[in-house]
Design a protein around this ligand. Structure first.
Ligand code: PEP
Ligand code: MN
Length: 360
């Protein structure tokens, strides 16, 4: 439930509402929009709801709120913005994350990183721990791969997004990564969600291939309620009867997620399409549906990729996709950094974006 305060209530009114809630052993989430304080309560009893309605300064008590209060827009009406190194996520600038499915070697990741930053990517992706369908497929370079990602970051300035597959690896991966990716196969690995919630490196949480929007939001609530507010959600395509693409990019889910949660949303057209020739169109669709950014697989030589080569763009094709995105971003009131100067998109380019980061 949520208590919406009168715009002219006093600080003392707010403080006594918070005290009352805490005295009942409930958790409080306070936010403010347009001068109106909203005090969300986790675990409210009927009795507390009744007493809150009578408190001075309370305008309305709403009980029709979402069961995932920390990620819901009910308690935080503005999209949350946070920084990943110098990149603002959730701001006006679209955040494009580019790079290979897997880190395969020094040449490969350094070439990919230089290529994507040259076309305006904001961050570099690359898996060092890979969750593969077959135990016999390449499982990733592990710490050696993480070291190569750190080297690519040092050369390009791009923050690094990489997958984490087990709670025991959190410290190791967080030592190198700027964003911990929780993959589709682990979206409901609750111990992993708690582990990434118990530390402060930002998280990219991918929607499970058969998960509902509601389940994704509950999964995100695990992370945020454990103490890490820096979470982006990723729509990466779901399983449907259609087999013309690897998965079906659920653009409706992007629109619905934007309405239900304040967390930034990233679209993954690569795992949705499975075929590189359809990646740019799905990228455009994801952005048009309201995504705050993209995560796109890019490989210097897709034919030689050890994983997901068929859906990986060449560096040149990534550049073409970025050129197609720019006018669409502008039409939607979003911005994208020109890559030619080597400065990434989603860069902390505006004072407004900087000022609006939620202090995190
Ligand atoms: C990936 O990003 O390479 C990946 C394994 O993605 P997903 O978890 O969406 O399948
Ligand atoms: Mn992949």
């Amino acid at each position: 439930m949520i208590a919406i305060m009168h715009p002219d209530c006093t600080l003392a009114d707010k403080a006594s509402v918070v005290r009352l809630i805490e005295s009942e052993g409930c958790r409080v989430i306070v936010s403010e929009q347009d001068g109106v304080a909203r005090i969300g309560v986790i675990g409210a009893t009927e009795a507390l709801i009744l007493s809150l309605a009578d408190c001075p300064g309370v305008a309305e008590v709403r009980t029709d709120t979402a069961p995932y209060p920390m990620v819901s827009r009910d308690s935080h009406p503005d999209t949350s913005r946070f920084k990943v190194r110098n990149v603002v996520v959730g701001g006006k600038a679209l955040v494009v994350i580019g790079g290979p499915c897997s880190v395969e070697g020094q040449d490969q990741i350094l070439t990919a990183a230089a290529g994507v930053v040259g076309h305006g990517a904001a961050m570099l992706r690359g898996g060092a721990f890979k969750p593969r369908t077959s135990p016999y497929s390449f499982q990733g370079m592990a710490e050696d791969g993480l070291k190569l990602l750190a080297e690519a970051r040092a050369q390009t300035g791009l923050p690094v997004v990489t997958e984490i597959v087990a709670p025991k690896d959190v410290d190791l991966v967080a030592k190198y990564a700027d964003v911990l990716q929780v993959g589709a196969r682990n979206m409901q690995n609750y111990r992993l969600l708690e582990a990434v919630g118990n530390q402060q490196t930002p998280v990219l949480l991918k929607r499970g291939m058969s998960a509902t929007v509601d389940e994704l939001l509950h999964a995100a609530e695990y992370i945020v309620s454990a103490g890490n507010p820096r979470v982006m959600l990723c729509e990466r395509g779901i399983r449907t009867f259609g087999n013309h693409t690897r998965n079906t990019l659920d653009v409706g889910a992007i629109a619905v997620l934007k309405a239900k949660t304040h967390l930034p949303i990233i679209a993954d057209p690569s795992h949705a399409a499975g075929l590189r020739e359809f990646v740019p169109q799905l990228a455009l669709a994801g952005i048009a549906a309201g995504a705050d950014g993209l995560i796109v697989e890019v490989h210097p030589d897709p034919a030689q990729a050890v994983s997901d080569g068929r859906q990986s763009l060449t560096i040149e094709a990534f550049g073409e996709m970025m050129d197609q995105l720019r006018p669409v971003a502008t039409a939607l009131g979003r911005s994208m950094r020109d890559g030619a100067d080597g400065l990434p998109s989603g860069h902390a380019s505006t004072a407004a974006d900087d000022a609006a980061t939620d202090g995190v």
